[in-house]
Write a protein that binds this ligand. Structure first.
Ligand code: ATP
Ligand code: MG
Length: 424
């Protein structure tokens, strides 16, 4: 036998048994963005490597070690997108969507990072994200958080996620804080782990979210960014907190929350869960007022987030919230005997016409009653229609419930659509 070819490590198939949960999550996403008037943007999966270097930052984990970068046939350096914000800004600048305009955008699709695969962390994964351009005030920050909060409500996750919030101030405040932090870290250099010693000069704020307990203990006395904020940044943060309270969204201020990407300023946030082990961040984002300018556009305020779809799917599965996930089939149509086959196909088609949204599977391949009922059961349908010669002679169809002990009933052909419409 020929050797089977396997999928690439860290890149998963989403199998037919798993896709209903994905579709549920995607449907909730689509209904939430639509409820807030956001428009979809779709960008290519491959971009110039420079786009990510210039936006995400040269000394971030993503650019330093996680990108899938390759040379095109004509020698250009290209990369599979590791996230969606850089591409959205690139497209917005290129098509003149951003300057002097407001845009509320969303995207959903695969992203690629060469990380060590583990539960909730893959090499191809999927993100849903929103990006709002042209609004510098805290109400836009609050809006994207309200939108995310609606996702949890619709998915039944509200009790299982919490919002962590921080502010990074503006560039000037952050630079002053950075100096103070480096000075502090230098005093404790010998007690820092290797990673933190390296980051201390390249990306010192990242030391704040080190997982090393000894580093965390040292950081208890580190200066806090909050005390470096000017009036404007403070007001922005306070207004956001006020709006969240008005919207009934609870949050925890986490002064160590910095995010791994370079482009954030002012607001940063993460929705986290403790139901998934180490990979607990399910949605993350913040304000990035400098990025549009940094990528060659005119200065435009911006705020957004990205949600990891795999982690949400895992959460829904782990918490067994799959009860209201729709199956692929509502009605399975059987045909008992050759004379009924054509009529059965017609009835199935009549139902699809009469009840939009009803999922009707027709039995194919013949076989006796037992075989057809076995298939009906396996399809996951709620009911089977039994179409035999007796039924056709009296213009009635037998409707057999498959998922409960209700009695089978005979329904007049004209009334069938009305009876089955109740299934959806
Ligand atoms: P982490 O700290 O878990 O590595 P991150 O800061 O790199 O996350 P972001 O770049 O902010 O993550 O991406 C937003 C979200 O996308 C994350 O919160 C997570 O839910 C999801 N995500 C990021 N990387 C992966 C991955 N390799 N596999 C699956 N989901 C991911
Ligand atoms: Mg990461």
């Amino acid at each position: 036998m020929a050797k089977q070819i396997q999928a690439i490590r860290g890149m998963n198939d989403i199998l037919p048994t798993q896709s209903p949960v994905w579709q549920k999550v995607e449907a909730v996403v689509r209904s939430a963005v639509s409820a807030y008037g956001y428009s979809e943007i779709r960008t290519p999966i491959v971009e110039s490597t420079d786009l990510f270097k210039r936006s995400i930052g040269d000394v971030t984990d993503i650019v330093e070690k996680e990108m899938y970068t390759f040379e095109d046939r004509n020698g250009d350096s290209l990369s599979l997108r590791p996230e969606g914000t850089a591409s959205t800004v690139r497209a917005g600048n290129e098509h003149g969507l951003l300057y002097n305009q407001e845009q509320r955008l969303w995207y959903m699709g695969p992203m690629f990072r060469h990380e060590r695969p583990q539960k909730g962390r893959y090499r191809q994964f999927h993100q849903f994200g929103v990006e709002v351009y042209g609004i510098g005030t805290a109400d836009a920050d609050a809006e994207v958080l309200m939108l995310s909060n609606r996702l949890w409500k619709e998915l039944g996750l509200t009790e299982h996620v919490t919002l962590e919030l921080n502010t990074l101030g503006d560039n000037h405040e952050r630079a002053e804080y950075r100096d103070a932090l480096v000075a502090f870290l230098e005093q404790h250099k010998d007690k820092l782990d290797e990673d933190s010693q390296r980051r201390m000069y390249t990306n010192p704020l990242r030391v704040l979210d080190s997982k090393d307990p000894q580093v965390q203990a040292i950081l208890a006395d580190a200066p806090e960014l909050m005390s470096f904020l000017g009036e404007e940044s403070k007001n922005h943060f306070n207004q956001l907190c006020e709006l969240l309270e008005a919207a009934g969204i609870q949050y925890r201020i986490n002064p160590r929350l910095v995010r791994g990407l370079d482009y954030y300023n002012r607001t940063v946030f993460e929705w986290v869960t403790d139901s998934l082990g180490a990979q607990g961040t399910v949605l993350a984002g913040g304000r990035y007022d400098g990025l549009v300018g940094q990528l060659g556009g005119k200065d435009t305020p911006a705020v957004g987030f990205a949600m990891g779809i795999e982690r949400i799917v895992l959460l829904v599965e782990t918490l067994e919230l799959t009860a209201n996930v729709a199956g692929a089939v509502d009605v399975y149509v059987t045909a008992m005997g050759d004379n009924c086959r054509i009529e059965a196909i017609k009835i199935a088609e009549e139902l699809r016409n009469a009840v939009p949204g009803l999922k009707v599977m027709s039995h194919c391949g013949g076989g006796n009653f037992k075989k057809q009922m076995k298939r009906a059961d396996k399809s996951g349908a709620a009911v089977a229609l039994i179409i035999g010669e007796n039924e056709l002679a009296t213009n009635q169809i037998a409707v057999k419930p498959l998922r409960n002990n209700d009695e089978q009933q005979l329904v007049a052909r004209e009334a069938l659509a009305t009876v089955l419409a109740e299934l959806i």
